[in-house]
Design a protein around this ligand. Structure first.
Ligand code: GTP
Ligand code: MG
Ligand code: ZN
Length: 313
């Protein structure tokens, strides 16, 4: 039998088969040892083969993971040397950011976008909780929207609480598998509860962001968007909030290729292995000086570059 992983709780998975039946699935021990570099060899979105394990308890054993169309990996927050597959087989990724309660840093946004570029997953940035914005927050939002739209990402300010701009996003989700990411407390689960009326995912209590950064959602889970007259559905993946986005499998030389505004200037740099820090013939650095590349984006670039260990041969 074949199915899609809808939920992963560590050792058990919820797998939905073609007829819509949901099974409790797990892996065989030996199979599990195959992929020791990842904390979770199977991720939400994976297509798997399985066979019946226990008829009475309706449990099944996963026997095969199908090749992935794509996936997004990050550093495991617990074991830094290991990777964590955030999700597999996704069409786009939607980052929910906030300027307040909590504040999402530009560094976090940029790391996340680098990961999306690495894995060829289109990204959209939503700034939620605009109902909390004061004048200076509106200005900051406007500035960030300009920066990221210029680079090629769609940026939308929304308030789930006041139902502002939410309707327009539904069209972006239509027929697609969308991964939702962001810090804890930004409103990822609230977003899904708003988009899909019949689901009731647990969200942080009414007082809003507690400031303690505790996670309300603890496992990734996929939900089906309701089909209607002008929408055929699609799927949306809720994830636990992340504090940092630790990039994996990235080399210093390739980093600038994951900043679209640098990528388009790379062949103007004098050396093809230019890191754009101190080399002469600086097409990229000149663009920063000229204000064509946003300075904060460049700062993120340098910070990420410094965090990547130099390759040991
Ligand atoms: N003021 C305001 N609060 C909001 C808005 N959207 C969500 N919230 C509140 O923010 C809090 C956190 O929302 P959640 O949906 O639980 O956040 P989450 O991103 O799923 O958090 P984790 O599951 O911990 O990763 C809840 O109390 C929501 O009611 C908004 O637009 N404005
Ligand atoms: Mg949540
Ligand atoms: Zn350069």
């Amino acid at each position: 039998m074949q199915g899609v992983v809808y939920k992963s709780t560590g050792s058990w998975y919820s797998v939905k088969d073609d007829s819509g039946k949901v099974w409790n699935a797990r892996m065989k021990g030996v199979f599990k040892l195959d992929d020791i570099t990842s904390t979770n060899p199977i991720a939400v979105g994976d297509v798997v083969d399985f066979e019946l394990e226990n008829e009475n308890e309706q449990t099944v054993t996963i026997t095969k993971i199908h090749d992935r169309r794509n996936h997004i990996n990050r550093q495991s927050p617990r074991i830094k040397s290991q990777q964590h597959i955030v999700a597999a087989n996704i069409d786009q990724s939607l980052l929910i950011a906030t300027l307040k309660e909590p504040r999402t840093s530009q560094g976090f946004i940029d790391r996340f976008l680098v990961a999306c570029e690495m894995y060829h997953v289109p990204a959209i940035i939503l700034f939620n909780k605009i109902d909390l914005y004061k004048d200076k927050d509106h200005q900051k939002f406007k500035q960030l929207k300009e920066v990221y739209e210029k680079v090629g990402y769609k940026v939308i300010g929304i308030s789930l609480k006041r139902d502002k701009n939410v309707e327009s996003i539904k069209d972006l989700l239509k027929d697609k598998i969308t991964l939702i990411s962001g810090h804890s407390g930004v409103g990822k689960s609230t977003f899904i509860n708003t988009i899909i009326p019949h689901v009731q995912i647990k969200t942080q209590d009414v007082s809003g962001w507690s400031g303690k950064g505790q996670h309300t959602t603890t496992f990734a889970e996929m939900y089906e968007l309701p089909p209607d007259s002008h929408r055929d559905g699609g799927k949306i993946i809720d994830t636990p909030g992340m504090k940092e986005f630790g990039l994996v499998d990235i080399e210093r030389q390739e980093l600038s290729g994951y900043f679209p505004e640098m990528r388009e200037r790379l062949n103007e740099c004098q050396f093809n292995n230019c890191l754009h820090i101190k080399e002469p013939g600086w097409a990229v650095k000149q663009a920063v000086i000229d204000g064509e590349i946003d300075e904060d984006r460049y700062v993120s670039y340098v910070n990420i570059l410094e965090s990547i260990p130099e390759k040991k041969w």
